[in-house]
Design a protein around this ligand. Structure first.
Ligand SMILES: [Zn+2]
Length: 194
């Protein structure tokens, strides 16, 4: 089994554990009961590897969607497919930026309530797709739809903004400064060092 070195004290006694992780999302407290993380047996520090940080971020957003009664990512994909739309066609229709629907469907971005309602209305009556297209095409300001934001909500608070750049990261407090000595046997994060 791969060992991870503690990012704080360099002890080699960091173990993979599944512990509760608390965050807030749009001021709503969220708790993930069994978040995978590392815990140092020497100093007690808990930290996430980049992959663990990504996973816990997705779990927080999944729970935020569920708590707010929003469609799950798979449901958005299913509705879009029933409507016969590609991701970019749906982005155009809603005036969204590029890749926004992709991010909804991979769970990385939580759709706004407005977008959620619009998707449900389209699903309830596919004729609404024709109506929405007409509204859009008849508007003399069709280009101005872009960026009007049926878009997305904020990211979870207390999680690293750019998870691809997250190195070892504490559940509380700032990201840990990365050092060569804190690298683990699997080379987690090694490729993102530079
Ligand atoms: Zn330690």
């Amino acid at each position: 089994m791969a060992t991870i070195t503690c990012a704080v004290c360099n002890s080699e006694k960091a173990n993979k554990v599944w512990k509760e992780f608390s965050a807030t999302y749009n001021q709503t407290p969220i708790s993930i009961p069994g978040a995978e993380m590392y815990e140092c047996a020497s100093c007690g520090e808990r930290f996430f590897t980049p992959d663990q940080a990504k996973a816990v971020s997705l779990a927080v957003k999944r729970q935020a969607r569920f708590g707010a009664g929003l469609l799950a990512p798979e449901e958005i994909t299913a509705i879009r497919r029933r409507l016969g739309l590609t991701q970019s066609k749906l982005e155009q229709l809603f005036g969204l930026g590029s890749k926004v629907v992709t991010r909804w469907e991979t769970g990385r971005v939580v759709q706004s309530k407005m977008a959620d309602v619009a998707l449900r209305l389209l699903d309830l009556d596919p004729e609404n797709l024709t109506r929405l297209r007409l509204l859009r095409d008849e508007s003399s300001h069709a280009d101005a739809w872009k960026g009007l934001g049926l878009e997305e909500t904020n990211g979870p608070e207390g999680l690293p903004r750019d998870l691809s750049k997250a190195q070892f990261w504490r559940p509380q407090g700032p990201a840990l400064p990365f050092t060569h000595g804190a690298m683990d046997a699997t080379g987690v994060g090694a490729q993102t060092l530079q």
